[in-house]
Design a protein around this ligand. Structure first.
Ligand SMILES: [Zn+2]
Ligand SMILES: [Zn+2]
Length: 429
């Protein structure tokens, strides 16, 4: 289970409706049957039920099958899956709460072992957020049903977070992405010594974990991100030498060996030494290129807020670039969510904000602006990533309070009108 920081309400229905429209041409002949507002869809390994739309239900099926391949690749030596897994996605939190135990109130998704059910809700959440919750909870389901029922909580949550960061590239998921804020959380904790000691993390039981993550949001995010980073280290650190040992570790625990002993026996390292190696690895990591692009887009939306009186005046990225880089006497500084500052003084850094690391062309600007037709508000687009389109836009949480949202959308589900607008904007850049 994962509890996000509380997020204010917004127009969910409109977003999901847009997504549904986007999928229509793909699924006109869908076999999913609506029965009183319930949509069902079966794939090889999943039985999906939603109250959202036939299209969304099929999208969930497609994503779950693909992420299932990744779960199975990581735990290849476990037996065949005979039963289908149940997945339920509710359009409202109220619907979700009617199905899940009261203790998980406040969560956005959960796997309930006793019901063999993976449930999530889509209220106030982008489709990307809903899908990432499903990759996370879907892993708990896979772990429980296929791999082990005794997995230590840090490993179960760390792996679930690892899979929740999967990136669709149009053919398959790419794993091992390093998100900026997650990395920053762990690096900061290592710097100021507030991280959870590895010896302690390895021995936390589910009740202690729950107790710890309940205390405050930062502590919760640290537990999840630190566990993610340990999993990242085991899978990718040291040239991936330890990745295959995860199976051995789980087997030792299933044989009732205490987690810390199993860890030392399998990975041939004590908790103290491991902590040093893991810490050095985390400090050496940098955000993945996709996240550098997402960070750029957030920064450009911030700059546009500073430069234009009304957001609707933000029409071309080249115009924004001219204004922030070539207006004499105009000085600015922005602070990124990690605390890092970028200012007009550092020319190279400021220019780099306009370039996506995936852009192979030579243009000084990688991004385009399209309009959200009903409101005229700008949507900043990066069209340089395989499989997904990155979008940044403003969201009004309440009158006078605007937030910048950056999200990625699978290309196949892009609204045809938006896809067309992007093509036109790219041609016109
Ligand atoms: Zn979880
Ligand atoms: Zn990009």
């Amino acid at each position: 289970m994962r509890r996000p920081a509380p997020s204010p309400r917004r127009a969910r229905a409109a977003r999901l409706a847009a997504l549904a429209c986007a999928l229509l041409p793909l699924v006109a002949a869908s076999a999913a049957g609506a029965q009183g507002g319930t949509f069902r869809h079966e794939t090889e390994h999943y039985r999906i039920e939603t109250d959202i739309s036939a299209q969304f239900t099929r999208l969930v099926g497609m994503h779950m099958e693909e992420i299932f391949k990744e779960y199975s690749r990581r735990f290849a030596e476990y037996g065949e899956v005979r039963q289908r897994f149940n997945v339920a996605v509710f359009s409202t939190e109220e619907g979700y709460l009617s199905e899940v135990p009261p203790q998980v109130r406040g969560s956005t998704g959960v796997f309930i072992a006793s019901k063999q059910l993976l449930a999530a809700h889509a209220e106030d959440r982008t489709p990307e957020e809903v899908l990432r919750t499903l990759y996370h909870e879907g892993f708990h389901q896979f772990m429980f049903e296929v791999v082990s029922r005794e997995a230590p909580i840090w490993l179960n949550e760390g792996l679930a977070e690892y899979f929740s960061e999967a990136t669709w590239n149009g053919r398959e998921f790419e794993l091992g992405q390093v998100p900026t804020t997650r990395l920053h959380t762990v690096q900061q904790a290592l710097r100021d010594g507030s991280y959870v000691r590895i010896g302690q993390l390895l021995t936390l039981n589910p009740d202690q974990w729950l107790q710890n993550v309940r205390t405050d949001a930062h502590r919760a995010s640290l537990h999840y991100s630190e566990s993610w980073s340990v999993v990242h280290f085991l899978i990718h650190g040291d040239n991936g030498r330890n990745a295959s040992l995860l199976n051995d570790y789980l087997r030792e625990i299933a044989r009732s060996k205490p987690p810390e002993r199993a860890f030392a026996d399998v990975f041939k390292v004590d908790a103290g030494t491991f902590e040093r190696l893991w810490g050095a690895y985390v400090m050496s990591l940098e955000p993945s290129p996709k996240f550098r692009c997402r960070d750029n887009m957030e920064a450009l939306m911030l700059l546009a807020e500073m430069v234009y009186e009304s957001p609707t005046e933000f029409e071309k990225v080249s115009d924004l670039r001219r204004k922030v880089l070539y207006t004499s006497g105009y000085h600015w500084e922005i602070t990124r969510p990690t605390g890092q500052k970028v200012s007009s003084q550092d020319r190279q850094q400021a220019e780099a904000l306009f370039r996506c690391p995936f852009d192979e062309g030579r243009s000084s600007v990688s991004y385009v602006v399209v309009r959200h037709v009903p409101t005229g508000m700008p949507i900043l687009i990066c069209d340089h990533h395989p499989g997904v389109v990155l979008k940044a836009y403003y969201r009004n949480d309440s009158p006078g309070r605007r937030r910048i949202i950056v999200e990625e959308e699978v290309r196949e589900t892009l609204d045809p009108n938006l896809a067309q607008a992007i093509m036109a904007a790219v041609a016109d850049r």
